[in-house]
Design a protein around this ligand. Structure first.
Ligand code: ADP
Ligand code: MG
Length: 282
């Protein structure tokens, strides 16, 4: 079953002058087709302005395609009657945790989504506790979100989406404003959600390191999908990535350099463990 299916999706931002005349058209997404299987961890990479955020906003009906169709769990995102169900199926997490936190206390904040869905109070309490445990934030349940670090706030935002019991979570650069510790916390939480809870993850990022555990990576360039494949397939194409203003993960680059210096190291190393194992076997 495909949880997300995009078919020939194009999106154009139309610029108008004060009188409403069209001044210009910016094609931000250009004929994108992609499928995401339920339970997969997908990453979308791409330089600034390549269309990642515009595409992501199509996955829960924030934007509708100018051309083409997006289906979320079989529902056409243009179907107005399904909009609540679509947003509940594919939850979104954005870059800035401060803009996403509404409640004065962590539990109130996480309860916001299920409350809007009309879930009974007793069940909301259970969902909030379960969601906070899943992201490792349960001990902060009665804290003020303002007192938390960036990584903790972002995990609370993720819990808020989780409490709506989505099948899929789309995260648009959730770690861009975090320090390295916060980034690791968030990525670890996402991997657990995917591996333990089976939730489909669509992670948009420009940190290559965050994508090495993905089932599949899509690279966007000028609104189109320029590359797709497993991390090993994508990161072995170093020169092509450079064309799209992207680099391979640092560990992959280090391994590549060591290999050039004559060490017997495999072609595309993705993790520190793979590299240390390879060096031990040299
Ligand atoms: P990314 O998330 O990969 O940085 P975006 O989807 O934000 O890319 O942007 C893709 C293109 O669309 C860029 O050229 C950007 O300038 C343009 N764009 C983004 N948002 C708007 C908007 N609200 N109005 C007009 N153009 C926009
Ligand atoms: Mg963006």
């Amino acid at each position: 079953m495909k949880i997300i299916k995009a078919e020939k999706v194009t999106f154009e931002y139309i610029r108008r002058d004060e009188e409403g005349n069209v001044e210009g058209i910016n094609r931000a997404v250009d004929n994108v087709s992609l499928d995401v299987k339920e339970g997969d961890f997908i990453s979308i990479l791409g330089a600034n302005g390549s269309g990642k955020s515009t595409f992501a906003k199509h996955l829960n009906s924030i934007l509708l395609p100018t051309e083409g169709t997006v289906w979320v769990d079989g529902m056409d995102t243009k179907d107005e009657e399904k909009i609540n169900k679509i947003r509940q199926t594919a939850g979104m997490v954005f870059q800035n945790p401060d803009n996403q936190i509404i409640g004065q206390v962590v539990d109130e904040d996480v309860a916001f989504g299920p409350e809007n869905m009309g879930i009974p109070t007793e069940e909301i309490k259970e969902r909030v506790e379960e969601a906070l445990k899943t992201v490792g934030m349960y001990e902060f349940i009665k804290r003020s979100p303002n007192s938390l670090s960036g990584g903790q706030k972002q995990r609370v935002s993720i819990a808020g989406v989780l409490a709506m019991h989505p099948k899929c979570i789309v995260l648009d650069e959730p770690t861009a404003m975090l320090d390295p510790t916060g980034r690791k916390e968030v990525i670890r939480a996402l991997r657990a959600l995917n591996e333990v809870e089976g939730i489909t993850i669509i992670l948009i990022t420009h940190y290559m390191e965050e994508t090495v555990y993905s089932d599949k990576i899509f690279v966007m360039h000028k609104g189109s999908i320029a590359m797709e494949g497993t991390p090993r397939e994508v990161f072995s194409r170093v020169d092509e990535l450079k064309e799209y203003k992207l680099e391979v993960p640092q560990i992959t680059l280090l391994a590549h350099t060591l290999r050039q210096r004559g060490l017997r190291i495999p072609e595309c190393v993705l993790t520190v463990k793979e590299l240390t194992d390879a060096i031990k076997n040299c």
